[in-house]
Design a protein around this ligand. Structure first.
Ligand SMILES: Nc1ncnc2c1ncn2[C@@H]1O[C@H](COP(=O)(O)OP(=O)(O)O)[C@@H](O)[C@H]1O
Ligand SMILES: [Mg+2]
Length: 305
């Protein structure tokens, strides 16, 4: 399988700021690939180099076998782009924006009305852009990015500023884009978004890629710690928990026990121990690491700092 996007050792500086430094990765056909990292990490710069909107100082990029710089017009016909800072005229109507975008492409665009229907915007077709909610605006930008029936779709911080409900609706739409066989390249500084949406992610910080993998693989590789918190009045429980394989620490506060260990089997082992020793529990929770923890482990600081 040939990768849809190939980025080899690109570098981009603005004066003395090194925005992107020796960045390399590949995006496969049909996957949702996320470039994730804090604000200022170099996500937008990297994405816009791939789209042909900025030129790297050095390194090579290939998208659908094309050079984004030399083949920019050919490429534009085959990709869909949603920009981080996108805005439209206040009084452009939804259907007018779709019509205008469709007219920018040489090849026949797809049915705009159907697209609006699919994105839940058909009732808003006559509404002015300025009257749309944040979530509706973002859905319109997705519609515009899809109007030329592109093979690769670029989405830059698509759900920033949206409430959790609107965010979930957008995630479903992005999954729908993948289901239609397209490749999605997105950026986000939201680790939960990356975890729920992306097949693979590249973590970027200070312009450098730190690691690339499936979200779950990153968690398993970098953060194997698992924690079970449970409540029981059984006085002998603590001794039983200490005999569980791969348990590293057991602490107790009143009737609440915190059991720490490593590996995916820990939770099963704890449940097994409870059942073997007929320990009655009144509460049971697990704390599993996520991509935020991976970021913290790899960089020494939280992504929100
Ligand atoms: N057009 C520009 N001129 C000067 N500096 C820029 C420009 N675009 C981005 N930068 C700088 O490059 C770095 C990376 O920015 P950006 O790619 O926008 O990061 P992200 O999208 O991850 O927030 C930042 O330090 C930013 O200030
Ligand atoms: Mg950005």
């Amino acid at each position: 399988m040939r990768p849809v996007i190939q980025v080899s050792a690109i570098r981009k500086t603005y004066g003395s700021t090194v925005a992107v430094d020796e960045v390399s990765f590949e995006v496969n056909d049909g996957e949702i690939f996320g470039l994730i990292g804090p604000n200022g990490a170099g996500k937008t710069t990297t994405m816009e180099c791939i789209e042909g909107l900025r030129t790297p100082d050095r390194g090579a990029i290939s998208v659908l076998g094309l050079d984004p710089f030399n083949d920019v017009y050919k490429l534009q016909e085959r990709i869909g782009v949603q920009l981080q800072q996108a805005q439209l005229q206040k009084r452009i109507k939804v259907w007018e924006a779709v019509d205008l975008w469709a007219s920018l492409y040489q090849k026949n665009s797809i049915d705009g009305e159907r697209l609006l229907e699919q994105l839940g915007l058909i009732e808003k077709r006559n509404a002015w852009f300025m009257t749309l909610s944040g979530g509706q605006k973002q859905r319109l930008f997705i519609a515009l990015a899809l109007i030329n029936n592109p093979e690769v779709v670029f989405l830059d911080e698509l759900t920033t500023g949206l409430d959790p409900q609107a965010r979930r609706a957008i995630w479903d739409l992005v999954r729908g884009i993948r289901e239609r066989g397209k490749t999605v390249f997105l950026t986000t500084h939201l680790m939960e978004e990356a975890e729920r949406l992306c097949d693979r992610v590249a973590i970027i910080e200070h312009g450098r890629i730190i690691d690339i993998d499936k979200p779950q693989n990153l968690v398993n590789r970098h953060c194997p710690e698992r924690t079970v918190i449970l409540a029981t009045d059984d006085r002998r429980a603590g001794d039983s928990f200490r005999t569980i394989p791969r348990v590293e620490a057991v602490s107790r506060s009143d009737s609440q026990f915190t059991i720490r260990g490593r590996g995916d089997d820990l939770v099963t082992e704890v449940i097994h121990c409870l059942s073997e020793n007929r320990i009655r529990v009144t509460d049971f929770r697990t704390i599993l690491p996520n991509l935020e923890d991976v970021f913290l482990k790899l960089t020494g600081h939280s992504i929100r700092d």
